[in-house]
Write a protein that binds this ligand. Structure first.
Ligand SMILES: NC(=O)c1ccc[n+]([C@@H]2O[C@H](COP(=O)([O-])OP(=O)(O)OC[C@H]3O[C@@H](n4cnc5c(N)ncnc54)[C@H](OP(=O)(O)O)[C@@H]3O)[C@@H](O)[C@H]2O)c1
Length: 325
C-alpha cells in the first residue's frame, strides 16, 4: 500500500483526498517510481476543476515528479531499479508516494540535479524549452511579451530569455512580482492589474510591437495579447490561468494584422523518448551552467496538496511549488 492524492468528483481544492492505494505493477513498457519530490502545476487545477476531463474516476493528479526506480516492466531497456529519474508530462498520478508510468515519459536525472530541483523544473522548464526553442525560436535583441512572468513557467522563462539575449517584457500583478521577474532577467515588467498593457508595449517597442506573445493567462489577456503583436506576429496561447479562451472569431486575426495563433501542449512536443530526452538535456545544461537557477520554492507535504493548489490559484505564489511525499 502507498499514499496518494485522488479525487472522485470535480470541484475546488476540497475534493482532493489523501488516501491509501495499491500501486500498479508495471506493464511491459512501464516503470514504477518511488517519488522523492512532486511538482505542482496550474494544469493540475484544470483536471481537478473539470476544465480538462480526467480519463477515469476516481483519478490521481499531477504530471511532474522525480524519484528512484523501484520496479521495471519486462520490455524496459533504458532504466533499471535504483536509477534516479524525473518526468514532466504525465500520465496523471504524480501526487503520490509511488507512480507507475511509461518508460518513454521518463528521463535519467544527472547526479548534480536534486529531486527537489527536478520536481520544480521538469514540466515548467521543458515548456519553456519548446516555447523558446521550437514553437518560436527566440533570437537575441528581440522584444517579446510573456504573461505571468513571476509564476512557475514565467520565472524560468525570464532567465532563459536573458540567456538568449532576448528582451522579455513580463506581465505581473504586483510590485513584488515585478521585482521578482526583474531579478530573474525580465527586461521590463508591466503590472496588468492597473497598467494598459498594449499601450506600454507600444512605448517599449517604439511603436513596433512584438513578433511573438506567450500567453498562459488565457481568457483575460487574449485580446490584449493580439493588440501587442506586430503584423503577421505569432500568438502562443499556452494556458488558461484566468479561464479558457473560447468563441474566437477568426476575423479578429485579420483585423489585427494577419496574425498567426498556436495552442501548443508539452505532450505534443515531448511525444516520444527521443524528443523528451533532447529537450531535457538542453534544460539540464541550462541548469548546470547556472544560466537558469531555481531559487526558493514553495514546499508542502504531499497530504497538503489542496493548500498548495489554493495558494497557486489565488496568485499568492512566485516561481515553483513542490510536494514532498
Ligand atoms: N501548454 C503547455 O504545454 C503548458 C505547460 C505548462 C504550463 N502551462 C500553462 O502555463 C501557465 C502557467 O503555469 P504555472 O503552473 O507556471 O502557473 P503560475 O504561472 O505559477 O501561476 C499562474 C499565474 O497566472 C497569473 N494569473 C493571471 N490571472 C489569473 C487568474 N485569474 N487566476 C490565477 N492566476 C492568474 C498569476 O500571476 P500574476 O499574479 O502575476 O498575474 C498566477 O501566479 C498556466 O496557464 C498553465 O496552464 C502550459
Amino acid at each position: 500500500m502507498a499514499k496518494r492524492i485522488q479525487f472522485s468528483t470535480i470541484g475546488g481544492p476540497e475534493v482532493l483526498q489523501y488516501v491509501d492505494f495499491e500501486p500498479a505493477e508495471p506493464g511491459p513498457q512501464q516503470v514504477r517510481v518511488r517519488n522523492k519530490a512532486i511538482g505542482v502545476n496550474f494544469i493540475d487545477t484544470y483536471f481537478r476543476s473539470g476544465l480538462y476531463p480526467a480519463p477515469s474516476m476516481p483519478s490521481g493528479l499531477g504530471t511532474e515528479g522525480a524519484g528512484v526506480v523501484e520496479a521495471v516492466g519486462s520490455e524496459v531497456t533504458r532504466f533499471k531499479v535504483g536509477d534516479r529519474v524525473a518526468y514532466g508530462s504525465g500520465p496523471l498520478g504524480g501526487y503520490s508516494e509511488v507512480h507507475t508510468l511509461p518508460e518513454a515519459n521518463l528521463v535519467l536525472l544527472p547526479d548534480a540535479i536534486s529531486f527537489e530541483l527536478a520536481a520544480a523544473v521538469m514540466l515548467k522548464g521543458l515548456t519553456v524549452q519548446y516555447l523558446f526553442r521550437q514553437t518560436y525560436e527566440l533570437k537575441a535583441d528581440e522584444i517579446v511579451l510573456f504573461h505571468a512572468a513571476a509564476g512557475g513557467v514565467g520565472s524560468l522563462a525570464c532567465q532563459w530569455a536573458r540567456a538568449i539575449g532576448a528582451k522579455l517584457i513580463g506581465t505581473v500583478s504586483s510590485a513584488e512580482k515585478a521585482a521578482h521577474a526583474k531579478s530573474l532577467g525580465a527586461w521590463e515588467t508591466i503590472d496588468y492589474s492597473h497598467e494598459n498593457v498594449a499601450q506600454r508595449v507600444l512605448e517599449l517597442t517604439n511603436g513596433k510591437k512584438c513578433p511573438v506573445v506567450y500567453d498562459g493567462v488565457g481568457k483575460d489577456t487574449w485580446e490584449t495579447s493580439l493588440d501587442c503583436l506586430e503584423p503577421r506576429g505569432l500568438m502562443v496561447s499556452f494556458g488558461n490561468a484566468s479561464g479558457a479562451v473560447s468563441g474566437v472569431n477568426l476575423g479578429i486575426l485579420a483585423q489585427k494584422g494577419s496574425l498567426y495563433v498556436t495552442r501548443p501542449t508539452l505532450g505534443t512536443y515531448a511525444n516520444n523518448a527521443e524528443s523528451l530526452q533532447g529537450m531535457a538535456d538542453e534544460l539540464f545544461k541550462m541548469l548546470a551552467s547556472g544560466k537558469i537557477e531555481v531559487g526558493e520554492v514553495q514546499q508542502y507535504d504531499l497530504k497538503d496538496a489542496a493548500t498548495a493548489q489554493t495558494e497557486l490559484s489565488a496568485r499568492r505564489t512566485t516561481g515553483s511549488t513542490i510536494l514532498i511525499p
